[in-house]
Design a protein around this ligand. Structure first.
Ligand code: VGL
Ligand code: ZN
Length: 220
């Protein structure tokens, strides 16, 4: 049985209908950051290399208030990686991260994608998180990204960044819901992997028709 390796290396050529979405490559998620993703910095050279093949690039930035509902510190007696039930569903609680205007929220200085045309900030309202670049955690408030991409006649999305099992996966699932062909570039992402989240995310993405590719599959 063939698996994703059936896509020959170097066989995908980004075209005018393609866009690269670079998710949350921010200091808080990089080594030394408050919610450091293991080997998170390793995605940066991979992303910089493939980005050269894309005319359309959108960056995202997790952008929380200092007292954000997704922070464990905002809930008495709760610790990071525990969960709470909120109006919009189950919320994993995190260490404070990506606070608006702080260094942790800055994009990595090592990212080299000068042609990036748009930065989408998300999770900027105190009461509601947004892992997804498309729709906030209430499942209905839009960031406007799908409409932007459709207005630009983008049909095919490639996702890279942090973290595979949260903001990348939720963005990829919403991209499918919005009707985009969606590829996640596995080696251009790293996961947090709490309570089985990485395996669950890949299972959900596969079921939704998200393609799992490697950076070497892309012609740049
Ligand atoms: C993320 C946890 C909390 C992410 C953002 O970028 O994947 N994860 N906020
Ligand atoms: Zn966050």
């Amino acid at each position: 049985m063939l698996d994703r390796t059936q896509i020959p290396a170097g066989s995908i050529k980004p075209d005018a209908d393609s866009a690269l979405l670079v998710i949350d490559v921010q200091n808080s998620f990089l080594p030394g950051g408050s919610l450091a993703v293991k080997d998170g910095d390793r995605v940066v050279p991979v992303i910089n290399r493939i980005a050269r093949g894309f005319a359309n690039v959108v960056l995202t930035q997790d952008w929380h208030t200092a007292d954000h509902v997704s922070f464990a510190a905002s809930h008495d007696g709760k610790k990071p990686f525990e969960t709470v039930d909120l109006e919009y569903g189950k919320q994993v609680l995190w260490p404070d991260h990506c606070v608006q205007g702080t260094e942790g929220a800055d994009l990595s200085k090592e990212l080299a994608i000068p042609q990036a045309a748009l930065i989408i900030r998300k999770g900027f309202r105190k009461e509601i998180d947004s892992y997804s670049a498309f729709t906030e955690a209430d499942g209905k408030t839009t960031t406007g990204l799908a409409a932007y991409l459709k207005a630009r006649e983008v049909k095919r999305l490639f996702l890279a960044g942090l973290a595979t099992d949260f903001c990348v996966a939720w963005s990829a699932l919403d991209a499918r819901k919005a009707g985009f062909e969606t590829c996640v570039i596995e080696d251009a992402c790293r996961g947090i992997d709490t309570q089985g989240s990485l395996a669950t995310a890949w299972a959900d993405m596969t079921k939704a028709g998200v393609k799992r590719i490697q950076s070497g599959d892309i012609v740049v």
